[in-house]
Design a protein around this ligand. Structure first.
Ligand code: EPZ
Length: 440
């Protein structure tokens, strides 16, 4: 397992180009199961572990893929025999539950292991199951697998919000299943996230009529059972830029800039972040596809909640916490989407940060000096939080278990180095040797 070694204190300056959206690309990769012709996707963040894992799962489901260095991926279903997505792979990645909808729509059966993913608290799939049942599937859980069957799905009206609000992957999963239904489907209480719009855009590129994406009510025109002449043909689609990676580099610029420009992003998708930054005294210049942020030494403390889009995204909660450690007073962060998503908090304390948690609320007493530390990444966005803290901590920081970061940030060390940070990726053994030397 690799680690990041960061020599803190360098001012970041320059431009960083954002990659294609991980959470936009993942469901679309699984949507290729719906298509009979060749699917070509551009701007796929192919260096990410989650993308590689998805392609391996798809291979077991009879989808051949070819990955080009420029980030384009071609996918083609060559064998429709298998309907089972196995525990070993699915348990490592939440998005693989998105094989459920397309398999049902196209093959009439889906046997998918209950998914795993980042360690950010309880992540049920009851809403996914409710959606499939509403379309007429029989669903049971047996031996750790979701077993779903439907000789014919039928379009329906289904409400998909739960106690924590709408579900992003659940909405995408049901949209994909609805494509293979007889009749139209209306998803009420749908997630509005840009990633849902990307899935809708891909379905439209395949010729499916989808309306209302980006609102809480999405209409999908069912194509009937996807077989023979009813199959969806070849298509090509551009994966949009990653709004969470964008936000992470904007926050890195706020913490450690200089002046940092994030290029190739869609600024309007980060309105909640930009609004918050303005409130706490960080200046951001908004271009057509760029965001330029100027670093600050302190920020105004703030009380902010993580909520579904368009509110502040839970995926930026960790990186934001690193910035709020520079507050001139006490900030509060409430995560209403994943109330237990605070693994980074105890690691931030190793830097000297004054942070604690009361229920779903993190309390950050800003202003404590941060000094470099050996810390442990526990999930994807928690890792980003620790890297950002390391950029401004005094001295050397080692962030262990960086494989979490590799799930969602393409070549982060290269991108940060391009901005002037001193970050290197080291194999764990090298670090252990260092540790031995220190102990002697
Ligand atoms: C997606 O997860 C993202 N993952 C997450 O990003 C992101 O944090 C999350 O949406 C919220 O924005 C991918 O797109 C691959 P949800 P998802 O279903 O769809 C509850 C990252 O760091 N819920 O919208 O799985 C759930 O427990 C990852 O890139 C149910 O109660 O999240 C949560 O409290 C981590 N029942 C809330 O809804 C269900 O059946 C929202 O979850 C499903 C969800």
């Amino acid at each position: 397992m690799d680690i990041f070694r960061i020599h803190g204190g360098n001012r970041l300056n320059g431009s960083v180009k954002v990659s294609g959206s991980k959470n936009g690309a993942l469901p679309i990769l699984f949507a290729s199961l719906l298509c009979d012709g060749e699917v070509t996707l551009q701007n796929v963040p192919i260096a990410l572990r989650d993308i590689g894992m998805s392609l391996r799962i798809l291979e077991t489901l009879g989808v051949e893929s070819e990955v080009a260095e420029d980030g384009s991926v071609s996918l083609q279903v060559t064998d429709s025999g298998n309907t089972r997505a196995d525990y070993k792979q699915v348990s490592q990645m939440r998005a693989s539950i998105c094989s459920l909808g397309p398999l049902l729509a196209r093959r009439g059966e889906a046997i998918v292991s209950l998914p795993g993913g980042c360690n950010i608290g309880d992540r049920p799939i009851d809403l996914h199951i409710h959606g499939m049942e509403a379309l007429g599937a029989k669903v049971t859980i047996e031996n750790g697998y979701v077993m779903a069957r439907a000789s014919h799905l039928r379009g329906s009206t289904v409400y998909l919000s739960g106690p924590m609000g709408p579900t992003v992957l659940g909405t995408q999963n049901v949209m994909m299943a609805a494509v293979g239904a007889d009749g139209d489907t209306v998803i009420e209480g749908a997630a509005c996230e840009p990633e849902v719009r990307a899935t809708a855009g891909f379905l439209r590129a395949m010729g499916v009529k989808v309306e209302g994406d980006g609102t809480h009510e999405i209409h999908i025109e069912g194509q009937g059972r996807l077989e023979g002449a009813g199959c969806l043909g070849a298509t090509s689609f551009d994966v949009p830029p990653d709004r969470i990676e964008t936000g992470t580099y904007v926050l890195a610029g706020a913490i450690a800039g200089g002046e940092v420009t994030v290029e190739g992003c869609i600024p309007s998708e980060n309105s909640a972040l930009l609004n918050l930054l303005e409130r706490i005294g960080v200046s951001v210049e908004v271009g057509e596809k760029t965001l330029t942020v100027r670093g600050v030494d302190t920020v105004t403390p703030v009380d902010v909640s993580m909520l579904p889009y368009p509110a502040f995204p839970t995926d930026l909660q960790g990186p934001l916490m690193a910035l709020l450690c520079r507050g001139t007073g006490v900030s509060l962060i409430t995560d209403k989407v994943f109330p237990d998503r605070f693994n980074h908090l105890s690691e931030l304390r190793r830097f000297g940060a004054k942070v604690r948690k009361e229920g779903p609320i993190a309390i950050i007493e800003g202003g404590a000096p941060l000094s470099g530390a050996k810390v442990m990444a526990s999930d994807l966005r928690a890792s980003a939080c620790l890297v950002l803290a390391g950029l401004v901590a005094d001295g050397i920081t080692d962030v262990n278990r960086i494989y979490h970061l590799d799930r969602g940030y393409e070549r982060m060390e290269e991108k940060l180095r391009g901005l002037g940070a001193e970050v290197e990726r080291l194999p764990e053994q090298v670090v252990e040797q260092d540790l031995d030397l220190e102990l002697v």
